[in-house]
Design a protein around this ligand. Structure first.
Ligand code: F0G
Length: 423
């Protein structure tokens, strides 16, 4: 008999496991998902009253919704009061994308500067609850930064597997700073992912990639908090980038649960945007067939993934919310990034695929210009400073710099400065 109210279920073969069984995949090989036992007692109104509380479990934009996420005891939580990120009205970006209004939920404002903290607080809390001493992940950078931080907070050892040379400096420096053991794998993310799953199984290390069902439960809170920001109005569209495909599944799962529990009257549609060089979901979706892995290449290194772990449940989530998938080139990503950055908001390249994809979907007539649209920016502008500097210096290979703001070299005299400022 389990002591917890949830089970770990497989959507592919309908198997069900105890909620505390230490496994993230079904015997059939598919990733497992948390199934909650019945409608939770938390209502949106009660979630709103928690906005006035100073308790860590209420301050957190994940645990504020704990009955919808995972009903752990507040004493069990490893939290950095993640979430409560801003939802910006972005008129300049809206005009550029061709829509009347655009709201951008900036998940780069999380404690380690990406959306990953929302899933990580849940996965690391579960690692502690299960008595684990160490955690591991493969990462294009943000997951490892987040895991390293939460593991340090929890007193757990952290093992990071990253593709050598393809992780942005902001992220690599975080993993090192927070004290993780960082393995730079000769190979891409997909290779690192295969290796870390093997290691976790052999060595009893707790895997916290989004194949871990508890990561997904935490990431659902992006959708919950977005609705709370909107005073529980349901937008027409949520647009976000897709790489390993855990996040779009998480948001779809969470919102579908809210709908099924009777807390919201309808579901928003979801648009997943992939880099054209890392587009296996786009191909599977548009050709209506199973995903075929690709060798991924894009300067948006966060989503440089060719064999995404969660593709089946991602497609299932998209079917549930009448979603769509779009692809954008690196040039389109960098053009969109120039707009997001110049609006004073800023985000890393992968995040700006959101805005690039939105522009394309509006031009194609899929998203109406007067729709109620929320985009998710997944990571902070400082995650990838190298790409920003190279872009403004016109040094990004294969990319035309359309909005350059390069620094100007000036002699240290008043006259020279005045001259440089054009009088
Ligand atoms: N945006 C950013 C900034 C990311 O870091 C990621 C994924 C995504 C979007 C895509 O989300 O994988 O749920 O579809 N980064 C992972 C990592 C793979 O290791 O940090 P997804």
């Amino acid at each position: 008999m389990s002591t917890v109210s949830w089970t770990l279920d497989c959507a592919e073969c309908a198997a069900s496991y105890d909620g505390l069984e230490e496994r993230h995949r079904c015997e059939c090989g598919a990733p497992l998902d948390v199934r909650h036992g019945g409608a939770p007692s938390l209502s949106p109104a009660t979630a709103d009253t928690r906005l006035l509380s100073r308790r860590p479990e209420d301050r957190s934009g994940v645990w504020r919704f704990r009955e919808w996420v995972l009903p752990l005891d507040p004493a069990e939580l490893v939290t950095r009061k993640e979430g409560h990120t801003n939802l910006y009205d972005a008129p300049q970006v809206a005009a550029w994308a061709g829509v009347e209004r655009l709201l951008l939920k900036h998940e780069g404002e999380n404690p380690t500067a990406s959306f990953k903290d929302r899933g990580m607080t849940v996965a690391v809390s579960m690692a502690k609850k299960l008595g684990k001493r160490s955690v591991a992940c493969a990462s294009t950078g943000n997951t490892s930064a987040s895991m390293a931080s939460y593991a340090a907070a929890a007193g757990l050892k952290a093992y990071v597997f990253i593709p050598e040379g393809k992780v942005a400096f902001g992220k690599l420096s975080q993993a090192m700073a927070y004290g993780a053991t960082t393995l730079q794998i000769a190979g891409d993310f997909d290779r690192a992912m295969t290796l870390v799953e093997q290691l976790a199984a052999d060595e009893g290390v707790y895997l916290v990639n989004s194949v871990n069902p508890f990561r997904i439960e935490g990431q659902k809170a992006i959708g919950f908090e977005l609705l709370q920001d909107l005073e529980w109005a349901v937008p027409d569209w949520i647009v976000l980038p897709g790489g390993n495909l855990g996040n779009n599944w998480a948001i779809a799962k969470g919102l579908a649960e809210l709908y099924d529990w009777g807390f919201i009257p309808r579901l928003p549609r979801i648009a997943v945007i992939q880099a054209a060089g890392a587009n296996p979901l786009y191909t599977a979706f548009t050709q209506r067939r199973a995903l075929v892995p690709v060798v991924a290449e894009t300067l948006a290194t966060a989503i440089r993934i060719g064999n995404p772990v969660s593709w089946q449940r991602s497609l299932r989530g998209l079917a549930r919310v009448d979603g769509v998938v779009e692809q954008v080139s690196d040039q389109e990503i960098m053009d969109a990034k120039a707009e997001v950055d110049a609006a004073g908001i800023g985000a890393e390249p992968a995040s700006c695929a959101t805005v690039a994809g939105l522009k394309k979907l509006v031009a194609a007539g899929v998203i109406a210009p007067d729709a109620h649209i929320c985009g998710v920016l997944t990571g902070h502008v400082l995650k990838d400073p190298g790409t920003v500097v190279d872009y403004h210096l016109g040094k990004l290979a294969g990319i035309e710099t359309t909005r350059a703001h390069p620094p100007v070299q000036v002699e240290g005299t008043v006259e020279a400065v005045k001259r440089a400022l054009g009088g």
